[in-house]
Unconditional design. Structure first.
Length: 120
């Protein structure tokens, strides 16, 4: 049985400047899944660097509020929402609130460094 506690996962600053804790990735864990799962935080007033993935991605907002940018679209986002980000889309998320913007990142197929391009 594999159970991961995000508080015990290493905290890193991702290439897009998100505070990130990777929970599951089949290239690093003995799991039979095709996606990766990470816990992410964007601090108040911060915006991630524009970037794109070769994989599809879903953000599930756990806490906070912000603005999601995908290609030429912008929408307000809140806790309880899931956001689909198509492969090869330019994406950013901005925290417009006063508390941390906390969300899960699900990448399918699983995230790999060579499949991400930072644009800033």
């Amino acid at each position: 049985m594999l159970i991961k506690d995000f508080r015990k996962c290493e905290e890193i600053i991702a290439g897009d400047n998100t505070i990130l804790r990777e929970l599951l990735n089949p290239s690093r864990e003995d799991v039979t899944i095709g996606y990766s799962l990470a816990y992410a935080i964007v601090k108040p007033g911060e915006i991630t660097y524009a970037h794109r993935l070769k994989s599809a991605e879903v953000y599930y907002i756990l806490e906070g509020e912000g603005e999601m940018y995908i290609d030429n679209e912008k929408e307000k986002v809140f806790a309880g929402q899931a956001i689909y980000i198509p492969p090869d889309s330019i994406q950013q998320i901005k925290n417009t609130g006063t508390d941390d913007l906390i969300f899960l990142c699900i990448v399918d197929p699983a995230w790999k460094v060579e499949n991400e391009e930072i644009l800033e």
